[in-house]
Design a protein around this ligand. Structure first.
Ligand code: NAD
Length: 349
């Protein structure tokens, strides 16, 4: 017997949503029945381009009319709490883009709303779903590196992001809340919870309001040290955007992710090269394909969660710990101190 398709809707038809829409509308067993944007022209255009029947300007009206199995929220962060709380009252699975929240209070309220409603709340944290990182995680989990003692995740480029995402130049809390969250999610995914965190931030490009570079140093409960660093003002040729490079070391070996998506596994038996390049989707193009492929993989996982076949990776509750690291990173940078996460509390704004 063929299972009934999952019925989904998407809220927020801006720059990044084309990736969501391309992935959903090509996924077997999923039917997107409605899209919504405050800007009617954007909603209409998305519906027309992707063959979706319903186009709305009010999320509540769309949810009442469509009765979806899942809601995909692809708006910017200031709308997340209202939309997640609304969506949890209407659907059993709710997906929210990162940054999940700007404050722990908002994040905690969304997690509580999902728990009250018995809904799955998944954060669109697609970096851990990138092909290279799922390959690295499998090797680490197989024990190929032994006991892990060090890792670095690095995202440095000079690409002009401000053309597609002009809001990035305006926000006061920029790269930690934009890319830092992805890198901290990776650090927790690979090395576990964080005991202590130190951070420096830099504002390099005069056109931006917030920090466009940061470096964090974290000690994890299992004993590993990690470094996450990011810059949107690095001169490199070829420019690595939008790739993350990484290295992980354990007592039996090291694993290095290079800028060309190859992995080198160094063990006492020698060095082995592994091709971890993502496919370019039929609707995609380099250099975006690493991101596009990860959206396909993340959303396939979210559909599996909606069918009851998997636990959210990551859930809203899990992502609160990543958010705490991002907010604590600003506090650590401002105070010039190392923060013990068990003692850290959000400074009320
Ligand atoms: N995971 C990733 O790799 C990745 C990459 C880029 C962007 N993002 C995230 O995706 C989110 C969206 O980014 P973007 O660049 O597409 O932003 P955008 O500003 O281009 O689009 C957001 C859209 O949401 C709409 N919107 C806002 N509030 C709404 C509401 N209440 N109801 C209906 N529509 C509403 C806006 O009108 C706008 O069209 C951001 O949080 C960003 O950080 C994630």
């Amino acid at each position: 017997m063929v299972a009934k398709p999952l019925r989904g809707v998407l809220i927020g038809c801006g720059f990044f949503s084309d990736n969501h829409l391309n992935a959903w509308t090509r996924m077997d067993g999923v039917s997107l029945t409605g899209v919504c944007d405050l800007d009617a022209a954007k909603a209409r255009s998305a519906a027309a381009r992707f063959g979706i029947a319903g186009s709305y300007t009010e999320a509540a009206a769309m949810l009442d009319a469509e009765q979806p199995d899942f809601v995909d929220i692809a708006t910017t962060v200031s709308s997340h709490r209202t939309l997640v709380e609304l969506a949890c009252a209407h659907a059993k699975t709710v997906i929210c883009q990162k940054p999940f929240a700007e404050t722990m209070a908002d994040g905690t309220a969304m997690v509580a709303a999902a728990e009250r409603a018995g809904a799955n709340l998944i954060v669109h944290e697609n970096f851990r779903w990138q092909r290279a990182f799922t390959a690295m995680k499998a090797l680490v989990d197989e024990g190929r590196l032994g006991r892990i003692h060090f890792g670095r995740f690095s995202f440095r480029h000079g690409y002009d992001n401000y053309v597609n995402q002009p809001y990035l130049a305006e926000i006061e809390r920029f790269t930690i809340m934009d890319v830092g969250l992805h890198l901290f999610d990776l650090a927790r995914h690979f090395f576990g919870e964080v005991e202590t965190l130190a951070c420096t931030i830099q504002r390099l490009n005069p056109i931006v309001r917030g920090e466009d570079a940061f470096t964090t140093l974290m000690r994890h409960e299992g004993g590993a040290t990690s470094v996450c660093d990011c810059s949107f003002y690095s001169k490199r040729d070829p420019d690595p955007f939008p790739q993350t490079v990484a290295e992980i070391e354990g007592d039996k070996g090291s694993l290095i992710l290079h800028q060309d998506y190859t992995l080198t596994l160094h063990t006492s038996g020698g060095a082995q090269t592994i091709d971890a390049a993502p496919a370019v989707p039929e609707w995609g193009a380099a250099p975006w394909h690493g991101v596009q492929d990860s959206v396909i993989r993340f959303q396939a996982h979210a559909a599996e969660v909606a069918r009851g076949g998997a636990q959210p990776q990551p859930s809203g509750a899990d992502n609160l710990k990543t958010l705490a690291l991002a907010l604590a990173a600003y506090d650590a940078a401002e105070a010039g101190t190392t923060i013990r996460m068990a003692d850290w509390r959000e400074t009320p704004s």
